[in-house]
Write a protein that binds this ligand. Sequence first.
Ligand SMILES: [Zn+2]
Length: 223
Amino acid sequence: MEPHLAYLCLLIPHTTQMLTLFFQDFVFTAIATVNRLQENIQWWYMSCDKCHKLATKETKNYYCKSCSIYPKKVTPRYRVRLQISDHTSTTSCTLFDEEAARLLNTSASKLLDTQDGKSEEVPKIIQQLCGRRLIFRFKLNDNNLTFGTQNYAVKRTFVPDDRLEMLYLDNKAEEELMDDEVDIVLMKKQNMPDTKSQNNKVSSGKLSCEQVPVKEEPHDSTG
Ligand SMILES: [Zn+2]
């Protein structure tokens, strides 16, 4: 599992200057504000119903390159490119169908129906994402990890609230408690009776032999 750490060290200078809440496997979570929608990129695509990948229009029918078929059914799905930032950095990410539908509370097909055939135009509901501060949970892919490509797939968004901010603070506290210094402080407290032996470099085997029997039992003297 060591590669994770190495990757993250490489990534941090480029991509995760943003306020980071969690690092777990290839997932990271950050609070950021949506600056704008990526220009010149359509907010939806026609998908093959079999694989959900891009189906391109060929004269009459849609063709799926991945499946090498003309799918019987195609469905519009979200693919919203956003530019986001926090006080330290700016980057871009992509909201895919499931999460965009959840966030916007409507499906891409329904939204297209309201567009009056102007499928190129960005619906107001998507434009209104601009300026919103959200918690983004990203899943890093090979391109992010290997090439430092700055376009992250958004796996989940959350609306920041007090509870989550508190959770963040809790996690911060835990992170700080991971410090070796804390180990030392706590160790000293535990071994208070024989602090001197700790400063001397006694072989650990001998030390532990001595420590075990010296266990006081204060609750022995009740009453
Ligand atoms: Zn397909």
